[in-house]
Design a protein around this ligand. Structure first.
Ligand SMILES: [Cu+2]
Length: 125
């Protein structure tokens, strides 16, 4: 009798987890695309850096930074989140000289996990 009862509770919990909770709300953010692309070699300095995630990310604590090969931050510190596409962050950069740059990003996923990552691109006129 007791075991049967426990099974029913477990079944109910399983139902709540799989059906009632909207699972897509708990997505963990993963960067899916960037502009410039990872390891791209460009002949001219881009005007801005774009990163896209697999899902909307939180509007707080977002960060995108561009670092030159000497470790200096060179972006304009103006990260924005696209209004109609919360998965898209971007920042502007000044006209940069030839170098290899590292883009670092930090976002808060909808599942509340903080996600950080980086990629590089090179400017070589
Ligand atoms: Cu997560």
């Amino acid at each position: 009798m007791k075991i049967y009862h426990t099974k029913n509770i477990l079944k109910s919990l399983a139902f709540i987890v799989t059906v009632v909770l909207p699972l897509p709300l708990f997505a963990h953010a993963i960067m899916v695309k960037s502009q410039p692309e990872q390891n791209a070699t460009l002949t001219v300095s881009p005007k801005q850096i774009d990163v896209w995630f697999n899902d909307k990310v939180g509007s707080e604590y977002k960060a995108v930074a561009v670092i030159d090969s000497k470790g200096n931050r060179v972006d304009n510190k103006d990260v924005q989140q696209e209004l109609l596409d919360g998965s898209h962050l971007y920042c502007t950069i000044p006209n940069l000289p030839a170098d290899t740059y590292t883009v670092r990003y930090r976002v808060v996923s909808i599942d509340t996990h903080i996600v950080t990552g980086k990629f590089q691109f090179t400017i070589k006129p």
